[in-house]
Design a protein around this ligand. Structure first.
Ligand SMILES: Cc1cc2nc3c(=O)[nH]c(=O)nc-3n(C[C@H](O)[C@H](O)[C@H](O)COP(=O)(O)OP(=O)(O)OC[C@H]3O[C@@H](n4cnc5c(N)ncnc54)[C@H](O)[C@@H]3O)c2cc1C
Length: 404
C-alpha cells in the first residue's frame, strides 16, 4: 500500500539521500564503473547495507514489502538525486529492470510468485531481467515477435531468441514475453509474460553485447539470450494468458518517469562539472574559460532546458499519481523524447567544455556518453513517441475538419 507522506518527510528523505550520494558515492563512482562486476559488486554491497541502515531502501516499493512507498512524483524527485551517479539507483535498490519487475510482480503476481521472486528482489538478494526485444524483429512494433511458449501439460515450453535483455548476466530469473495464442484475432492478446529461472535447462546466455566498445558485466550489461525449449511450470505465467502487452504497458509508464528523472540527475552532474571546469580552466593568465560568451550561452541554454525538462517530468508524474497512466500517455511520451535529447545535448556540451579531458575515462562524462546514447532508443525510440504525441493532438483537428 502506498501511504500519503507529508511534504516535510519527503524533503527529509531527499536531503539524506543527497548527502549520502554526494559524500559516499560520487567520489568513487568513476572507479566503480571501470572495475569488473565481481569487484564492483563487493563495494556496492557495502553501500547498499548503509542505505538499508539509513532506512532509505527500496524507496519506490510499497510499504508492506519493506519499501518507502513513495508516489511517482516523490520517487521522481529522489530519482533525480540518485541519477547523479551511474550506481545511485542500484545502491538504493530501485534500478531498472528490477524496479519494473518488482512493480509488475506486486501488481500481477500470485502469492507464490511474490514469495519466490518479489520478496528476495525487494530485499536485494537476487537480480532479474526483462526479456522482450528480439534481434530479428523491430522492437518498435512489439506485436512482431517470434518467441513462443507452447503449453504441454502442466508446463510451458519456451523457444526464442532475445537480445538487449539488460542485466541478465547473474540474474536469478527473466520475465519473458512470448506468443502463447498466435491465432487470437486481437493481436494485443497473443502474448504472455512468463517467469523463467536462469538455471532452467535451455536458457543460454550467448554473450553480453558490446555497446560502444564495452560489454560490461553483471548488472551493467545487456545480454543476447537463446531460449531453447525451456520448460517451466504453467503457474510461472504472470497475470493471465494473453495479458503480456497489458502488463508491459503498465510497467512502461512509471518506468519512463524513472528513466527521465535519472537522466535529469545525470544532466545536473554534467552541468555542475561543466560550470566548475569552466571557471577553473585558464585560457590565458587570469582569464577562465567561463568568461567566453559562447560558454555562457551554453550554460544559460542548458539551465533553461534542464529546468524545463524537470517541470515536464514532474507534471507527468503528478498526472500518473492523480489520474492513472492511461490519462498521462501523451505527457509520458513527451518527456521520453524531450529529456533524452536534453541529456544527450548536456553530455555533449559538458564533454566539449572539458576538451581532451572530456573524452578520457579519468572523469565520468565519457562513460555516460557511451551508455546513454541509447536513451533515445530504449523504451521506444524518439520517433515513435513523437508520432504518438502528434497523432493524439491531431485527433482533435481531424474531428473538427469533418474527415474524422
Ligand atoms: C541499452 C539498451 C537497453 C535495453 N534494455 C532492454 C531490456 O532490458 N529488455 C528488452 O526487452 N529490451 C531492451 N532494449 C531494447 C529496446 O527496447 C529496443 O531497442 C527498442 O524498443 C527499439 O527496437 P529496435 O532496436 O528493434 O529498433 P527498431 O524498432 O528496429 O527501430 C529502428 C529505428 O527506426 C526508427 N523508427 C522506429 N519507429 C519509427 C517510426 N514510427 N517513424 C520513424 N522512425 C521510426 C527509430 O529511429 C529506431 O531507432 C534495450 C535497448 C538498449 C539500446
Amino acid at each position: 500500500m502506498t501511504r500519503h507522506m507529508p511534504m516535510e518527510e519527503t524533503d527529509h528523505i531527499l536531503a539524506r539521500a543527497e548527502s549520502f550520494i554526494k559524500e559516499k558515492v560520487l567520489p568513487i563512482d568513476n572507479d566503480l564503473v571501470s572495475m569488473t562486476w565481481d569487484k564492483a559488486s563487493i563495494v556496492l554491497e557495502g553501500l547498499r547495507d548503509e542505505v538499508r541502515s539509513l532506512g532509505l531502501w527500496a524507496p519506490q516499493m510499497h510499504t508492506e514489502y519493506g519499501g518507502l512507498g513513495l508516489t511517482h512524483e516523490q520517487h521522481g524527485r529522489l530519482s533525480g538525486i540518485l541519477g547523479m551517479s551511474p550506481a545511485g539507483h542500484y545502491i538504493f535498490n530501485c534500478q531498472a529492470p528490477d524496479a519494473g519487475n518488482m512493480e509488475i510482480l506486486h501488481e500481477f503476481g500470485t502469492e507464490k510468485q511474490k514469495s519466490t521472486y518479489l520478496l528476495p528482489l525487494v530485499k536485494g538478494q537476487i537480480r532479474s531481467c526483462f526479456s522482450m526485444t528480439e534481434p530479428g524483429n523491430a522492437g518498435s512494433n512489439p506485436l512482431m515477435m517470434d518467441t513462443v511458449a507452447v503449453r504441454e501439460g502442466d508446463e510451458w515450453v519456451i523457444s526464442g531468441h532475445k537480445w538487449f535483455t539488460s542485466s541478465a548476466d547473474g540474474a536469478m530469473f527473466a520475465i519473458v514475453m512470448a506468443v502463447t495464442d498466435p491465432e487470437n484475432p486481437n493481436p494485443y492478446k497473443r502474448a504472455s509474460q512468463i517467469i523463467v529461472p536462469a538455471d532452467t535447462p535451455g536458457f543460454q546466455l550467448v554473450r553480453n553485447i558490446p555497446v560502444m566498445g564495452e560489454a560490461g558485466g553483471g548488472y551493467f550489461s545487456h545480454a543476447e539470450i537463446r531460449y531453447d525449449r525451456c520448460r517451466v511450470p504453467y503457474e510461472n505465467i504472470l497475470g493471465g494468458e494473453g495479458e503480456g502487452f497489458a502488463i508491459a504497458q503498465s510497467r512502461l509508464g512509471p518506468g519512463r518517469i524513472h528513466h527521465c528523472m535519472r537522466w535529469l540527475g545525470i544532466c545536473e552532474r554534467a552541468f555542475d562539472m561543466m560550470c566548475s571546469y569552466a571557471v577553473q580552466r585558464m585560457m590565458s593568465p587570469g582569464k577562465p574559460l567561463a568568461e567566453k560568451q559562447a560558454i555562457q550561452i551554453w550554460i544559460a541554454e542548458l539551465r533553461a532546458e534542464i529546468n524545463a525538462a524537470r517541470m515536464l517530468v514532474l507534471d507527468a508524474a503528478r498526472k500518473i499519481d492523480q489520474k492513472g497512466q492511461e490519462q498521462a500517455r501523451v505527457e509520458i511520451s513527451i518527456i521520453k523524447f524531450y529529456v533524452a535529447n536534453v541529456l544527450q545535448k548536456t553530455l555533449d556540451r559538458a564533454i566539449q567544455v572539458h576538451g581532451a579531458l572530456g573524452v578520457t575515462d579519468d572523469i565520468i562524462l565519457g562513460w555516460w556518453y557511451r551508455h546513454e546514447r541509447a536513451a533515445r532508443i530504449y523504451d521506444g525510440p524518439d520517433e515513435t513517441h513523437k508520432v504518438r504525441v502528434a497523432k493524439e493532438i491531431l485527433k482533435k483537428y481531424t474531428k473538427h475538419s469533418g474527415h474524422g
